[in-house]
Design a protein around this ligand. Structure first.
Ligand code: UDP
Ligand code: MG
Length: 332
């Protein structure tokens, strides 16, 4: 029985999808830790490194790995497209019966892969790793992330699990579903949830980065939050209308009060300061509402251009090396 299972597992191919952007300091450690885990598992593996336009030695390092390890494929993007797009490139090219998306900075512990595969074999299509702790992160980052997940859960009509990154396993069914979604603004966590299927959380403690620095800063996090909300909800648009309604109503009530105050008590109409307050307040609300409209319009603009999501400079698949290279127009 056990032997039978092992044989079945051997025929299953699992794709490891690892986006790389300037990770020269951690790549060695990542690769060796990953291999340690994979060596204990009965499945066949392909490891897809996506070089997202790194300008350090990352590409040379993964090229060296590939020379020694026939399981490795390398997708070299033409420039830095961002992690979401890099992941998508990996998913588009993976051939596995399941794929596991993992960061290369060792914040996603490879040890979890075994648990993910177990849940997958139990019939789950998406197995995501949920953080129980976040060592090495400031309280501000924890707080803002907490707030973001709470907000998006409320405004988006789909359930996006909290404290969950991109570290997850997708079954072939889920991969095929996700790669059909070709939107330019890719809020991956949202897309992974949107596809549905049977989803399961496994829990882990998130460690600080092994080395190097995070590519995230607060400005990028803010934009990421905007991306998430505007990609999955039109609630802000509605909020703008309600804000307008609310101000109009207050203005009306205030008007009534002024009439009452003047007619009954004969108080002189207060002048310039109150006028300025009202004008500025209204102006502010109008600009905010236009801004919200603009966010959506801008996204619409990006989508209508229908550009390809990414461009590949070079693709060196684990198999068919020579043939793939001749397609890239990059003789070597
Ligand atoms: N990454 C990428 N392209 C980018 C930024 C990041 O492919 O433009 C990769 C990076 O190499 C790492 C993963 O995405 O493997 C997570 O990045 P990072 O650690 O900077 O994000 P954080 O863990 O802080 O969310
Ligand atoms: Mg990280």
């Amino acid at each position: 029985m056990n032997d039978n299972n092992t044989d079945k597992n051997k025929t299953k191919l699992i794709s490891i999808i690892a986006p790389v952007f300037n990770e020269e300091v951690v790549l060695n450690e990542f690769y060796y830790t990953l291999c340690e885990t994979l060596d204990l598992l009965p499945h066949r593996f392909e490891i897809i490194f996506i070089d997202d336009g790194s300008h350090d030695n990352s590409l040379q390092i993964i090229n060296e790995f590939q020379k020694l390890d026939p399981r490795i494929s390398i997708i070299e993007l033409s420039r830095n497209f961002g992690k979401e797009i890099a992941l998508t490139a990996g998913l588009d090219h993976c051939r596995g019966d399941a794929a596991i998306i993992i960061d290369t900075d060792l914040q996603d512990p490879p040890e979890l892969i075994a648990d993910m595969l177990r849940e997958w074999q139990n019939g789950y299509d998406v197995v995501y790793a949920q953080r129980m702790s976040r060592e090495g992160e400031t309280w501000l980052k924890k707080f803002s992330s907490h707030l973001f997940y709470r907000t998006i859960q409320r405004v988006a009509k789909i359930k996006i699990p909290e404290d969950t990154g991109d570290y997850r396993l997708l079954s072939r069914t889920a991969i095929d579903a996700v790669i059909q979604l070709r939107e330019q603004h890719r809020f991956m966590k949202g897309l992974f949830s949107w596809v549905g299927f049977r989803q399961k959380a496994i829990y882990f403690h998130r460690k600080p980065r092994h080395a190097g620095t995070s590519k995230w800063n607060y400005w990028r996090l803010w934009n990421f939050a905007l991306e998430g909300i505007t990609s999955f909800s039109t609630a802000p648009l509605r909020l703008a209308s309600y804000l307008g309604l609310l101000t109009a109503l207050s203005a009306f009530l205030f008007g009534l009060y002024i009439i009452y105050d003047t007619l009954i008590w004969g108080n002189p109409i207060p002048g310039y300061p109150s006028l300025m307050v009202v004008v500025l307040f209204l102006g502010g609300i109008q600009l905010i509402s236009i801004g919200i409209l603009g966010e959506y319009l801008g996204r619409l603009f990006d989508e209508t251009k229908q550009r390809p999501l990414y461009l590949i400079k070079n693709y060196r698949s684990a198999e068919n090396d020579a043939e793939k290279q001749s397609n890239t127009g990059n003789p070597k």
